[in-house]
Design a protein around this ligand. Structure first.
Ligand code: NOJ
Length: 518
């Protein structure tokens, strides 16, 4: 594991919406550079930036047209290199978003691949050999593109119908046009992606968040073929770039970490119990107090045991695909969410704007393939100047509309206000940095996580230090009978302190308490 990951706290930047410096209504690399000190002040030391490569932006850049070129709207490759340097000067790290599974229909690779005459790219994508033959029922193929190529055949897609699937092969190939994952055709795609990774690593990026990482080899029912593929990429990276960090969009750490990823996300899909924490009808972290944490804790424990701490299970505050916390929960509730996120193992990921409780905006018209995700992608709210300090462009030119609420939260206001959500996130980040037992690899033991019950208690330990973390997000005082390993100094309490007497733990309403017990 790269040493810098041991205590990394990530900040996810959606570059379109973070900071515009050239007045075109869309964010850019220079804007990110200008805000690095801000991110550091919040207490994050690593950044994941969503795709920033040349693209027609039919899926916000997850449809790459040229893997080797920064999208001009963000800046040049040299600007991106400068961003890496500025990040490193501050002792921080930045990972790019790698989209290895598909390109845009506008990629040169795809245009060549559509041609009837054979060329280097003929097998770069998954094509049937007859335009009428599609891919119904094949795992990890979403649909197909047909009727736009001179070549006879259908091309598989991965997500939207503008995202043709690259060819990493099939498990048990059945048809003449299906290749095994080890075939020269599939290996050529793998090599092409290694070249892309190498290009950016050499330029100074610190690793990759990998889009749809479990879906490259098709028809892979148990995930083993994709695990093998990533093990091979891991071996390649270990040899040349051992400090390059890899995080997967996979959502099943028992598989992805076996594949050599250092980190995997718990996601809004997949069997992780993540959604139940903040985003169901009755989320656990709501004051309403009708949630359940047991499903999450059980699944987490299963992953934790299966991965044997060989890699990190990462819990994001949200991301560009999920509804924001703000809107689902209020600021006080979100404080408790962060007390949880920043005291769990793994590397926490904070989605830009979640640190001030930016709201999900349900009424926005889809922008660049966002659809219902657009409401989580609105411009960062920095201050009360023009366009909330995001951009000097006329309002109509903004890439996505701002939250129209005149009382929308801003970074400036929250940084000036004692007791704000921003201050709480900063405090929790500082606490995490100060206590090894709260960091990524420190051991976790669930102490109390019962079905439909509050509180929720776990213990973190590292070396001599042990910290008990006690959550009661519900609006009622909660208590439980529990045998604790000890009690000691309260190092964090956001709403009154939990008390332990005669074997009973009593926890104030809507609170989190951290107790150093060793
Ligand atoms: C997952 C990404 O997070 C999402 O934004 C994108 O649309 C799909 N993968 C397709 O690449």
């Amino acid at each position: 594991m790269p040493s810098w990951l041991k205590n990394a706290v990530f900040y996810e930047i959606y570059p379109q919406s973070f900071q515009d410096t050239n007045g075109d209504g869309i964010g850019d690399f220079q804007g990110i550079i200008n805000r690095l000190d801000y991110i550091k002040e919040l207490g994050c030391n690593a950044i994941w930036m969503n795709p920033c490569f040349e693209s027609p932006f039919m899926d916000a850049g997850y449809d790459v047209a040229d893997y080797y070129k920064a999208a001009p709207r963000y800046g040049t490759n040299d600007d991106l290199k400068r961003l890496f340097e500025e990040v490193h000067q501050r002792g921080m790290h930045l990972i790019l978003d790698l989209v290895p599974g598909h390109t845009s229909v506008e990629s040169k690779w795809f245009k060549e691949s559509m041609k009837a005459e054979k060329n280097e790219y003929t097998h770069r994508y998954i094509w049937s050999d007859n335009v009428w033959e599609g891919f119904e029922g094949v795992k990890n193929i979403s649909g197909c593109i047909r009727g736009i190529s001179s070549r006879n055949g259908c091309c598989a897609t991965n997500f939207f119908s503008t995202q043709p699937a690259l060819n990493y092969g099939f498990v048990n190939p059945q048809k003449s046009w299906q290749f095994s994952p080890e075939s020269p055709e599939a290996m050529a795609t793998r090599k092409a992606m290694k070249d892309v990774m190498e290009f950016w690593l050499q330029m100074g990026c610190d690793g990759f968040r990998v889009d749809m990482a479990s879906s490259l080899v098709k028809g892979d029912e148990d995930g083993s073929a994709n695990i093998a593929l990533w093990q091979d990429i891991r071996a390649f990276l270990d040899e040349k770039y051992p400090e390059a960090a890899m995080v997967s969009e996979w959502g099943q750490p028992d598989q992805s970490l076996k594949g050599g990823f250092h980190m995997d996300f718990l996601l809004q899909f997949g069997p992780s119990g993540y959604t139940e924490l903040f985003r169901t009808e009755h989320p656990y972290f709501s004051r309403e107090g009708k949630g359940d944490v047991k499903a999450f804790a059980d699944k987490y424990q299963e992953y934790y045991d299966a991965t044997n701490q060989k890699g990190l299970i990462c819990i994001p505050s949200g991301n560009h695909d999920t509804p924001r916390l703000g809107g689902l929960l209020d600021e006080e509730e979100i404080k408790n969410v962060f007390a949880f996120l920043l005291s769990m193992p793994g590397a926490p990921y904070i989605y830009y704007g979640d640190e001030i409780g930016m709201k999900y905006l349900p009424d926005l018209v889809s922008v660049e393939g966002g659809y219902d995700r657009t409401g989580s992608r609105s411009p960062m709210q920095w201050d009360n100047t023009v366009n909330a300090g995001f951009s000097a462009a006329p309002k109509e030119m903004l890439y996505i509309d701002l939250d129209p609420d005149e009382n929308r939260p801003t970074v400036k206001k929250q940084m000036e206000t004692e007791g704000s959500l921003w201050k709480e996130v900063q405090k929790l980040n500082a606490l995490r940095q100060a206590h090894p037992a709260l960091q990524s690899e420190a051991a976790l033991k669930f102490v109390y996580a019962k079905e439909n019950a509050y509180p929720f208690v776990y213990q973190r330990s590292c070396g001599e230090e042990t910290i008990l973390v006690i959550h009661n997000p519900s609006g009622q005082q909660a208590s439980c009978e529990v045998k604790l390993d000890g009690w000691g100094e309260v190092i964090y309490a956001n709403h009154g302190e939990a008390v332990y007497e005669n074997g009973v733990l009593t926890v104030p309403a809507a609170s989190a308490t951290f107790v150093k017990i060793g």
